[in-house]
Structures are given as C-alpha cells and as structure tokens.
Design a binder for this molecule. Structure first.
Ligand code: GCO
Length: 493
C-alpha cells in the first residue's frame, strides 16, 4: 500500500509521455492495481484517443457567494427542507474555486489529456442577463490557462443545470425568453474562450433538466408537471440550436456539440405490454433528443403518446434545433429496464449494482453506440461521462476501490468493442475527477477517482486513480489497434 502512494507521488506532471513514465507504468503492471489485461486493453485504442476526467461547476466549485457570483436554481433548491438527502448544498462543495491550481496538478499527475468542466452561468452573468462579472470570467481564464500549460485540453460545457435564479423568477426554461438569454451567454463565452477551448458543449443532459427538474421535481427547480417538462425540453433543444448559431457568428473555432445521457432500454419481460413500454421509454429518453438534433423532427409515436402534453413548437424551431453538430457527447452509466409493473429506472434486475443502485452493465455501452450508429448519421462521439459511486473508505491513507477499477475496465473494454465495430468515438471521460456534491444525494455518494475529506478538503487519490493513471500512460503510448476512430467519416457538417 505504501508503494502505491509512493508510486503516485513519483509521477511527474505531464504533458507528454516519456520513457521514464513508461518504465514506471511497467512497474505498475506488476502490482495488483494495474493488471496485464488493462495493458492489453489500452492497446485497443488509437494513440490520438482523448482520455479525460469530468466535473461540473455546482458540484465542485463552492464559493457560491464570492466574487460577485449570483444565486442559481440549485442554491435555491438546496434551501428547501428535505430537497437534499443530507441537507447539504454546493455552497462549499470541493472548494475547487480556491484549489484550482492543486486540482489541475492532480489531473496532470493522473496523466489525462483532457478535462471536461462546466461554467457557472451565474458566476459570469449573475442575473442571467445584462452585466458580465469580470471576476467570474477571470476564474475560468485561470483554469483554461492552467490546463493548457499542463497539456490538458479544456472541454467546456455551458450549462450543467445551474440556471441563474433571477431567470427562474421569470419562468426559467419554461419561458421562451430564456432561450435568447442563453444564446447571448453562449456568444460571450465563445468570444472570450472560443479559441482556447478544445470543444464547447451547450447542454449537459437536457432530459435530466426537463424531466427530473420539471416533472419528477427531484432536481431544481423542483416542479411537477409533465406538460411543463416537455416544453422545457423543447426550449433547451432550441437554445442549443440558437446558442450554436450565436457561437459560430463569433467565429468560434472550438468544435460545438451537446451532451446527452443515454441508457439502452430493455423490456423487463417479453410481454407485448413491456415491449411496447420499452419502445415508448426509448422514445421519451433517447429519440426525443436525438431525432430533433439529427433529423429535425420529434418522434411521431412519442408525440401521439403525449397528446396535449406535447410542446408548443413555433415555425422555424425544428430547423433551428438541427444545427450541424461537430461532436456528440454521450453520458453512460447503466441500462434501464422498462415495463408496466414499475416506472422506468425502478425495475430491478437482481444483478450487481453500484451505490446509486444502478446495475453494472458494461455491454450496454457498446450496444448503445452501435444502435446509434445504425439509426443516425452521427458526428464524432465522446463518452463525456462514465463512472460509478461506491462506499469508499479512507483507511491508513488509502482507498481500495477495486469495484470501481473493475467498473472502469469493463466499460472501457465495451467501448473498445464499439470502436472495433466501426463507431467513431474520439474520447472518454471518467465521472468524476473528485468526489463531489451529487445533487439530491448531497455528499452521500462518492464518484471520484480522488477521495475528498470534506472537513479538511484533503484529496487522496484512490486505487482507481492509480489504475487510470497507469492506463492513460499506457494508452497514450500505445501504437493503437482501433485506428478507425481517427479516420471516421461521421462528421455531419
Ligand atoms: C450527470 C451529471 C453528473 C452526475 C453524474 C452521477 O450528468 O448526471 O453530469 O452531474 O453527478 O451523472 O449521477
């Protein structure tokens, strides 16, 4: 165990893989954390493949009321009694706002070559309209420069759920005006950061924002209306389109795209009712977003099911949504079983689950990617999130999270299968770099490669961090078998 810690410390910050590191990576393959299989796995990816880690602003930054940041809907939601399992909030989170240099150092030590993070809209535009907050932009300026100095490519997300609260007071995403506000915000970010970002995603998981935020009410802003939720989903998609146009008008050179959460939906049984329900749930979760983005229309079967709950669509909206995508981000955690007995996500398979109760189902990743490839004309793909929560314990300075290592290894193997079948995937990001604020679960779930002691803010790389480090070093040095990913013709532009 001591050797593990020493190994971690001995890795110099990258950029660039050098011979010394490769030697160290070989040493690693002889110990329990990094196996021979992982080395073989690394060689299934092209050298150009992007290996990253991901976080989001509200989950890690803290400093929620410093340097002019405005309130977001999550600050407000966390104040509601009972909304967050442990009564916590992102007020302090991982204090990343003050520890950004240390956290960039962590990433560099990990050997990743990309970092996916989001900008907090209320930090850079406290009211969601009008004045820009220079202090907020300075923080992201430092982050971008710090990453680039270390050879880590910045993958920006504009919206990871933290709408300025003042926009919520005017109706939030239910109000069509918010679409225009978002496009203005996107244009300003593109103007300032467009040449330094490796890519910009407009939204993270519009399904979550719309459905968990406005139908289930378990996420901010905590509303409970299906009709509102579907209108919100439409406005989010429209805002993606208008923001993409606005960023391109700023001559933004960064590739532009969007990030969707997707799980293959399997029928709980073979009954015709469950098969029909699964097809509908597939429509509500996957096709409702993919079809407008890539085909410019909503799926007919879902529109028919929604009836009066279907959103109002103004002339020109569908054309505006269907903007050229330079890339598509997919967040994959598990599959979902669907049936008439229980709501989606609540049917249990009886198989191994993570601490979220999510089934460990690595084969679902390649299945999903191959299905998308068969059904749509796709741009290059990135797995923008994949990872697992486990009940990690810090014992004598070490977190032995063998479950997470197995989870990552099996999912990366599934990804390699998809690549070898010809799917154009360019990168993979572990959710998450560090343990953080897991929304309605507060700090009760740990997804990080790095353990955070919230009382002291001390960071301890878990065994999985060491594993990923060795994996990344090996993958970046590998000759690469799956070179399809670098020659894919999938770009829809
Ligand atoms: C998500 C989010 C993350 C979550 C993660 C685990 O996209 O759902 O991007 O914020 O923390 O998925 O639930």
């Amino acid at each position: 165990m001591k050797a593990v810690t020493a190994y971690w410390r001995s890795i110099d910050p990258l950029p660039g893989v050098n011979d010394t590191m490769l030697m160290k990576s070989d040493e690693r393959s002889t110990n329990a954390v990094f196996s021979h299989d992982a080395g073989v796995l690394a060689e299934r990816f092209p050298r150009s493949f992007v290996w990253g880690v991901a976080t989001s602003a509200y989950q890690v930054e803290g400093a929620a009321h410093e340097d002019g940041r405005g309130d977001s809907i999550w600050d407000e939601f966390c104040r509601r009694p009972g909304a967050i399992k442990d009564g916590s909030s992102g007020e302090r989170a991982c204090d990343h706002y003050h520890r950004v240099a240390e956290d960039i150092g962590l990433m560099a030590s990990l050997g990743v070559n990309a970092y996916r993070f989001s900008l907090a809209w209320p930090r850079v535009q406290p009211l969601g309209a009008g004045n820009w907050n220079e202090q907020g932009f300075e923080f992201y300026d430092r982050l971008l420069d710090g990453l680039l100095e270390r050879g880590i490519a910045p993958y920006l997300t504009l919206y990871h759920w933290d709408l300025p609260q003042s926009l919520q007071q005017g109706g939030g995403w239910l109000d069509r005006d918010t679409v225009g506000r978002f496009a203005d915000y996107a244009a300003e970010v593109a103007r300032r950061f467009g040449s330094r970002a490796a890519a910009i995603a407009t939204h993270n998981e519009p399904w979550v924002v719309a459905i968990l935020g406005h139908e289930a009410g378990t996420f901010a802003p905590g509303l409970k209306s299906r009709k509102s939720a579907l209108q919100v989903a439409h406005h989010l998609l429209l805002s993606h389109g208008l923001a993409s146009q606005a960023m391109r008008a700023q001559h933004c050179t960064a590739p532009l795209g969007i990030v969707l959460n997707q799980s293959p939906i399997h029928p709980a049984t073979d009954s015709p009712q469950d098969l029909a329900r699964a097809r509908l749930d597939d429509g509500l979760t996957i096709r409702w977003y993919m079809d407008p983005l890539l085909r410019g229309r909503y799926p007919e079967d879902v529109l028919a099911f929604l009836g009066e709950d279907a959103p109002q669509v103004a002339p020109g909206d569908m054309e505006a949504i269907r903007q050229p995508l330079d890339f598509l981000g997919i967040n994959y955690y598990t599959r979902n079983l669907s049936g008439t007995e229980a709501p989606l996500g609540h049917v249990e398979s009886g198989k191994e689950v993570t601490d979220m109760g999510w089934e460990v189902f690595p084969g679902g990743l390649s299945e999903l990617l191959m299905r998308l490839q068969a059904d749509y004309r796709l741009p290059p793909l990135y797995i923008t999130e994949n990872g697992a929560a486990y009940r990690d314990r810090l014992v004598d300075g070490r977190v032995a999270d063998a479950d997470r290592i197995r989870y990552l290894q099996s999912h990366i193997a599934s990804l390699a299968d998809a690549l070898e079948s010809g799917v154009d995937v360019r990168g993979y990001f572990v959710w998450s770099l560090i343990d953080n604020f897991e929304w309605a679960d507060g700090y009760t779930k740990r997804f990080g490669l790095v353990y955070v002691d919230y009382a002291t803010q001390h960071r301890t790389p878990k065994d999985s961090a060491l594993w990923y480090q060795a994996f990344c070093l090996r993958a970046r040095a590998a000759a690469g078998g799956g070179s399809r990913a670098t020659t894919g013709q999938g770009n829809a532009r």
